[in-house]
Design a protein around this ligand. Structure first.
Ligand SMILES: [Zn+2]
Length: 299
C-alpha cells in the first residue's frame, strides 16, 4: 500500500519538480509606455510662454513639469486621449542663460517611471521703455485692494483640463497702444508698476470675443480697474479684461470660444476706449501678443 503511494504520487511529483527546475525561466517585463515630448520653443525671452505637449498610448499617466519656480501638470486634452498639454511662463525677472524644463512621469499607481529634461535657452530681454501717465483723480483709486482680490481669484482657479486651448482668438482686433512689460509711472511718481497686459485701442462698444473655452471666475464693476472679467481656461491659464463699458457675463458662467463677454469701454482709471487684455500662466504674467502669435500653430 505504502510503496503504491510512492509510485503513484511522490515519484511523478519529484519528476515534475526536477523538470520545472531545469526549464528556462520566462520573465515578463512590463516596459514603461513610450512618451514623446514636444515644446513650442527652445529659445525664449522672459515674459514669454512655453507650451509642452506629450503623446503617450497610456492615457492614465501623471506628468508633472517643473521650471522657473512653477510646478504644473500636463493635462489630457479632451477628445485626444493620447495627448497631454501644459504651459509654463518665463517670469520677467529671469536672467538670461541655459534653463531646464524637467518632466516627471508617474504611472497610474503613482510609481515614477521616467524623468525627461529639456534644455531651454532664456534670451536677454529687450529693454522696455518707461511711460509717464497722468490720470485725473488718480489718488482716489484703491488699486491694491482690487488687485489683491483678482490675485486671490486667480490663485484658486486655473487647474482644470478641457479641449485644446491654442490657438487663441484675439478678443478684439485693433492697434496695440501699449505693449506688455512697459514700466508705467503715474502722476509724477505717485505710483509705478510694469504693464502686465497689452492695451488694444478700439471703439467703445466693440464686442469682446472669448479667445478659448473657459469659465468666468470674476465679472465685477471695480472702481480703479473698471468693469472687469476673468476667465479660467484650465491648464493654469487665466485671461483678464479691464475697463469694459458693459459686462455681458456673470460669475460662474461657462463661455465658448467666439462668444461675447462684454463691450470695450473706458471705465475706471483709463484715458480712453481700449481693452486691457492680460494672460496669467500658473500665476505668472506673460505677454499676450507672444501667447497668441507664437502658439498659432497647433502642435
Ligand atoms: Zn493696460
Amino acid at each position: 500500500m505504502r510503496s503504491n503511494f510512492l509510485i503513484k504520487i511522490l515519484i511523478p511529483a519529484l519528476i515534475l519538480c526536477s523538470l520545472a527546475a531545469c526549464a528556462p525561466r520566462t520573465v515578463i517585463r512590463i516596459l514603461p509606455p513610450e512618451i514623446k515630448l514636444r515644446v513650442s520653443k527652445q529659445e525664449m525671452e522672459p515674459g514669454h510662454v512655453l507650451r509642452v505637449n506629450a503623446d503617450s498610448p497610456d492615457c492614465q499617466l501623471t506628468l508633472i513639469a517643473q521650471a522657473w519656480g512653477q510646478t504644473t501638470r500636463l493635462l489630457p486634452v479632451s477628445n485626444e486621449p493620447t495627448c497631454y498639454e501644459g504651459f509654463l511662463g518665463v517670469p520677467l525677472d529671469t536672467l538670461p542663460g541655459p534653463g531646464t524644463v524637467t518632466i516627471n512621469a508617474f504611472s497610474h499607481q503613482g510609481q515614477k517611471i521616467r524623468t525627461i529634461n529639456i534644455a531651454i535657452q532664456v534670451l536677454p530681454r529687450q529693454p522696455f521703455k518707461t511711460v509717464r501717465l497722468s490720470i485725473r483723480g488718480f489718488g482716489k483709486y484703491d488699486f491694491a485692494t482690487e488687485s489683491a482680490r483678482m490675485a486671490a481669484v486667480r490663485k484658486q482657479a486655473g487647474t482644470g483640463a478641457g479641449p485644446r486651448l491654442t490657438p487663441f482668438i484675439w478678443p478684439v482686433k485693433g492697434r496695440i497702444t501699449e505693449i506688455f512689460g512697459v514700466k508705467r509711472i503715474y502722476n509724477q511718481g505717485m505710483k509705478s508698476w510694469f504693464h502686465g497686459g497689452i492695451d488694444i485701442a478700439v471703439l467703445g462698444g466693440t464686442p469682446i470675443i472669448v479667445p478659448a473655452d473657459g469659465c468666468v471666475v470674476l465679472a465685477e464693476p471695480f472702481t480703479a480697474h473698471g468693469n472687469s472679467v476673468l476667465i479660467d481656461h484650465g491648464y493654469g491659464v487665466i485671461t483678464t479684461y479691464l475697463h469694459l463699458r458693459k459686462l455681458l457675463v456673470r460669475n460662474g458662467e461657462m463661455v465658448k470660444r467666439g462668444g461675447i463677454i462684454g463691450e470695450v469701454g473706458t471705465t475706471g482709471s483709463s484715458t480712453g476706449n481700449h481693452l486691457h487684455f492680460q494672460i496669467n500662466v500658473n500665476g505668472i504674467k506673460v505677454d499676450p501678443y507672444d501667447f497668441l502669435e507664437s502658439l498659432k500653430k497647433t502642435p
